[in-house]
Design a protein around this ligand. Sequence first.
Ligand code: HSE
Length: 442
Amino acid sequence: MYLDSGAKAMKKQSIGVGLIGLGTIAGQVAKVLIEKSDALAEHVGCPLVLRKVKVLPQDLTRPQAKELDSKLFTTDTDEFFATPEIDIVVEAIGGENPAREYLNRALSSGKHVVTSNKEVIAKHGAEFLSLAQLNGVGLHYEAAVGGGIPLIGPFQRDLLANEISGIYAIINGTTNFILTRMARDGMDFPSALSRAQELGYAEANPRDDIEGIDATYKLAILSSLAFHSRVRPDDIYREGISRLSSRDFQYASELGFAIKLLAIAKQSDDSIEVRVHPVFIPEDSLLAKVEGVYNAILVEGDLVGKVLFFGEGAGPLATSSAVVANIVAAAKDVVVGVGGGAYWKAETGKQVKPMAEIETRYYLRLNVADKPGVLAQISKVLGDHQISISSFIQKLTDSAAQTAEIVIMTRPAQEKAMQQALDELASLQVVKEISNFIRVEA
Ligand code: HSE
């Protein structure tokens, strides 16, 4: 219910929380609400009380179900939303549906909402924010990006005086773990993925992580906030990590680079550039040193300069840190009887730049015929497209097959020119295979 009077709100004896889901994150959130209840009550000014937990029948066999009073559970969505004592709905089921319906329903009925769901916020955040404003309640989603790393709050408040020029982010721990193993142990991609699965860092169906989908959700949220624009996941150019080979890591190292899956967002005077793909970055850069399942987000602002956020981007403990802090913020709003504020500033109207127009340097790995004149043909194709070569190495000559592997680093070139050059290179008789091409951010 929208509390329109501070005096009336102050009479509240407690703030009611309704939890949707009982997975590992929801279970940990419930645990923190109970174990830290005294400290949280002090922050809020009155107790935070878990009033209802919306579960699926299969949730009731989970270990976390045994930690809670069974009277809290309901499998009935209508019963959950009809619970009058719920002031704040916490959604922790993930995915687009039915989370979208639940969030709409909660906001429309005047409940403050806390969610850790990146997909539903990335796809429908603007719709939820309008509903939240209309109903005078807050929408809080700190845990949707970077687990426990504070990012949404800083973009909404602490960095607001800045014109943000760029975000360079390792925001998927699963892929960063896989790339770290490929770089450090010389593993190929399938073995590194299997290792991640054995350790519980990658899911049985790892598609969302390894294809960069998870990272596009997170980048859509961060870039929308940073650039005060509406960036949808579909606006973001995306490539995953599955076509990287251990050879690419060997060459990267020889050339002084690391390979990372980066989520990149840049803003110029008239457009926004948003992309998720593997990149070469200098091995002495801060992001190159981020290993394993850790996340790191480098933000560049005109006033603040460069700021680096680093930490655990997933896991129930880290995620519950952000979710519970959001619950406390929402509870304080309930206590003083205000809505959550308009956290999404008016749109700038800037368009997302087509990928064909971006400009970067490139790394190319080609398998070519080992005979005179081959390099001349390759450099002619690149030269015809105004692509300048900055360095070149030739290795792994296969004398039986009379082929050689060559690696070319280019100077900055337009993506469109590079794609056309790649098509032409592929059609040359002397080029047996374009084994890989990776963009360079240096
Ligand atoms: N699969 C995600 C990751 C978890 O690896 O970062 C949090 O979104």
